[in-house]
Write a protein that binds this ligand. Structure first.
Ligand code: XIL
Length: 401
């Protein structure tokens, strides 16, 4: 494989068919090929733009494999880290009064050891990834008022414990908490811009028993916890997906975060930012991405692209786990890599430096993707070779500082 790449490079240099990038490194044209270090002097994502922190969502298990390509890639390329699953409520708060933080310190410990700029916490209040003691409230023999109070207590305890633990235990070299931001509430709205209700997996137990005020309450608890644990600068985010395809949802989020912005705890606003997940598809339009980012920028809050990936399958194909043909892959990869560039370009173009919270990629290689390797959604392939997506994204970031 390595020899094939080197040969390809030699051929394309000889015929002058390759472009060079802005650093004068050879960049093979539009074939979706993967190329290796020999053909590609190293580029480092976290150095692409001094004003955009670049993050990865990671798994503690994979990160713990010393010497693995996964671990080395994360170490080298990113300066912000999100736990893909390891800091969700079901991972931490394993039973009613038990938090297994010690077992969940691989990721923050790694961030500390390798000088990351930031740990982004994900996620405090969500309708998914809940421990049984929370979901069991639904069927408990209690009144709705009692259920509401129980859930509020569980929420408050979880937020207090979690914010305090990660704040106090992981400091950077200047003694500041490495934990700099949290997704406080995740995915409160459905695609129609309506708060999630109902008993199915798409419903929210928080909404069902507490009502809409659960959002404000979660942010108040989080701000109180940040203040109490001496992390007054902790940035609190509302995180969601679909801003780019649902105007109704985008507007609902915009209105809600504006409402929260005016509320304070201990003299500080209870929200600092909007996190846009940005799980998009190869055929998502740049115009929609731009409109979504612009709307969130207009909140005046920090804007974070928190979970970027670009799926090569349509929603239907994703559900069916369709295996794409070679020609579908080739055609779609052309759009995909351009979109990686467009997202980076749109973010740096639209969001002023003081409103940027960075861009985090959801997963490292295709094999780690939340959508399976058939989605071919990432910057790296199954073996952690950089795909053309990497270079396009890198260049998109470099366009504007
Ligand atoms: C996903 C993880 O990537 C999967 O491993 C897990 O099985 C389910 O959750 N929005 C979010 C993330 O906020 O937490 C989700 O992560 C992806 C969508």
């Amino acid at each position: 494989m390595r020899n094939v790449s080197v040969t390809l490079l030699a051929v394309c240099m000889a015929v002058g068919a390759c472009k060079t990038d802005k650093l004068n490194n050879p960049v093979p044209e539009d074939t979706g090929e993967k190329y290796h270090t020999l053909a590609d002097p190293e580029k480092i994502l976290k150095e692409s733009n001094a004003n955009v922190l670049i993050g990865a969502a990671v798994s503690a298990t994979q990160l713990a494999e010393v010497g693995s390509a996964y671990r080395e890639t994360v170490k080298k390329q990113y300066n912000c880290i999100t736990a893909e699953n390891d800091m969700k409520m079901n991972a931490l708060n394993t039973s009613k009064y038990v938090w297994n933080f010690a077992a969940k310190s691989t990721i923050p410990q790694f961030a500390k050891e390798f000088g990351f700029s930031r740990i982004h916490g994900h996620v405090l209040v969500w309708h998914r990834a809940l421990p049984a003691h929370v979901t069991d409230v639904k069927t408990a023999n209690a009144s709705n008022t009692q259920k509401r109070d129980t859930l509020l207590n569980m929420m408050r305890r979880h937020i207090n414990k979690t914010v305090a633990y990660y704040t106090n235990n992981f400091k950077n070299s200047s003694g500041q908490p490495l934990l700099k931001s949290w997704d406080v509430v995740n995915e409160a709205y459905d695609d129609a811009g309506v708060l999630r209700t109902g008993n199915g997996t798409e419903g929210s137990i928080w909404m069902n028993y507490i009502g809409e005020s659960y959002i404000e309450t979660a942010f108040r608890y989080a701000r109180q916890a940040a203040n109490a644990s001496n992390n007054p600068d902790l940035k609190l985010f509302y995180n969601d997906y679909g801003h780019e395809y649902s105007v109704a949802k985008r507007n609902a989020i915009y209105n809600k975060v504006n409402e929260l912005k005016a509320m304070t705890e201990g003299g500080k606003s209870i929200i600092d930012g909007v996190a846009m997940q940005m799980h998009i598809r190869y055929n998502t339009s740049k115009a929609n991405v731009e409109a979504a980012i612009l709307k969130m920028k207009q909140t005046g809050l920090k804007v974070f692209i928190a979970e970027l990936d670009i799926n090569l399958r349509s929603a239907t194909e994703q559900t069916a786990n369709t295996v794409l043909s070679a020609s579908e892959i080739a055609t779609r990869e052309i759009l995909q890599k351009q979109l990686y560039k467009d997202v980076a370009d749109a973010y740096t173009n639209i969001v002023p430096v003081n409103q940027r919270w960075g861009i985090t990629l959801w997963n490292v290689g295709d094999g780690d993707s939340a959508w399976g390797d058939g989605a071919r959604a990432c910057l790296y392939d199954l073996t952690y070779f950089r795909k053309t997506n990497f270079y396009y994204f890198f260049d998109g970031l470099k366009i504007r500082l």
